[in-house]
Design a protein around this ligand. Structure first.
Ligand SMILES: [Zn+2]
Ligand SMILES: [Zn+2]
Length: 344
């Protein structure tokens, strides 16, 4: 089959090539890929900036946001058969550690992740443990289902925040993660919702407005962001702030615009930044880190899609064949694009 491979460490080293067709072992299934969407993580791997729990197994197939149809089931797999349309989880836990036993394999120290520590879905077929696949109800849209993984992260965030109707929310960073959070937080009834971006984010902010943000603003400085947040809340600040930029200025902006007693979520993969910890104390803040998601989040994300409450496919700006997989990764870096889908 054809597959998009990352062949070696370093920037780039990606190519579409022939690899052996996967065959399912005991407890495994092979899925014929319908859609595989490109994630910011894939871009980090392309750029040699990804910091993982395990070394990457070069050469390997990238791609962890996948939908498709079961092609083959391995020995011992029950309840799944060829032809069933599926989405899939991306993390496999050890099953026996403290966190796995509590259903939180997103925190397993021994985790495996499709498209990162094992072959992923930028290919015609993907082989995964049967426990990862999520059979779909009739008619579930496979393009949106491919985005279950990032959408389930937004569901996980909601579990942490428990937003209330009419709570002012700011989303800093109108990239795919920010806009999926916008769709889900909108479905909770919280608001008004402010989405902040940079002047070069005009296209993304327009999408945010189309998706129902109450206000979208391109700002050049933290001070501008603070002024807008104050104006919207009679000087109080935003009760919930979701940081999804991945750059230090975004994190600093989030800490400035959050209200006293507010909740702040950092999602952007920033490593080090200067923060005034006194702000956390004096604002009586609750600061959440949210990492990945597990079955319960995926199932709620699927329900959001099938009930029409959110439509992740509205973020797909490009659909490319597998042969143009390297272009798909590069397109994700451009601010004119949001989600890029590879359609094998
Ligand atoms: Zn992802
Ligand atoms: Zn574990």
């Amino acid at each position: 089959m054809r597959a998009l491979l990352k062949t070696a460490p370093g920037v780039g080293h990606m190519t579409v090539a022939d690899v052996p067709d996967p065959t399912p072992g005991p407890g495994e299934v092979v899925v014929k890929v319908a859609y595989a969407t490109v994630c910011g993580t894939d871009v980090l791997v392309h750029d040699d900036k990804y910091v993982g729990k395990r070394p990457l197994p070069f050469p390997f197939i990238l791609g962890h946001e996948v939908s498709g149809e079961i092609a083959e089931v391995g020995p011992g797999v029950e309840g799944l058969r060829p032809g069933t349309k599926v989405g899939m989880e991306s993390i496999i836990g050890c099953g026996t550690c403290y966190h796995c036993l509590r259903g939180n394999h997103n925190l397993c120290p021994q985790w495996h992740h499709i498209g990162l520590t094992m072959d992923g879905g930028f290919a015609e077929y993907i082989k995964v443990p049967a426990s990862l696949v999520i059979p779909l109800p009739e008619g579930a849209p496979l393009d949106s289902v491919a985005m279950l993984e990032p959408l389930s992260l937004a569901v996980h965030t909601m579990h942490r925040l428990s937003p209330r109707p009419a709570q002012p929310v700011a989303i800093v960073g109108p990239g795919p993660i920010g806009l999926l959070h916008l769709q889900v937080i909108k479905a909770t009834g919280a608001g008004p919702i402010l989405v902040l971006g940079r002047p070069e984010d005009a296209h993304r902010l327009q999408v945010a407005a189309d998706l129902g943000a109450d206000r979208v603003e391109a700002v050049n400085s933290i001070e501008e962001a603070v002024a807008i947040a104050r104006e919207m809340t009679a000087g109080v600040g935003m009760e919930i702030v979701i940081e999804a930029t991945g750059v230090p200025a975004g994190v600093q902006t989030a800490f400035e615009i959050v209200a006293g007693n507010g909740q702040l979520v950092t999602l952007g993969l920033t490593r080090f930044t200067e923060l005034d910890i006194l702000q956390v104390i004096r604002k009586n803040l609750t600061w959440h880190g949210v990492v990945a998601s597990v079955r319960r989040h995926f199932l709620e994300a699927l329900r959001l899609i099938t009930t029409g409450r959110v439509d992740p496919s509205r973020l797909i700006t490009h659909r490319l064949p597998l042969e143009q997989g390297v272009d798909a990764i590069r397109l994700m870096k451009e601010r004119a694009s949001l989600k890029v889908a590879i359609v094998p």
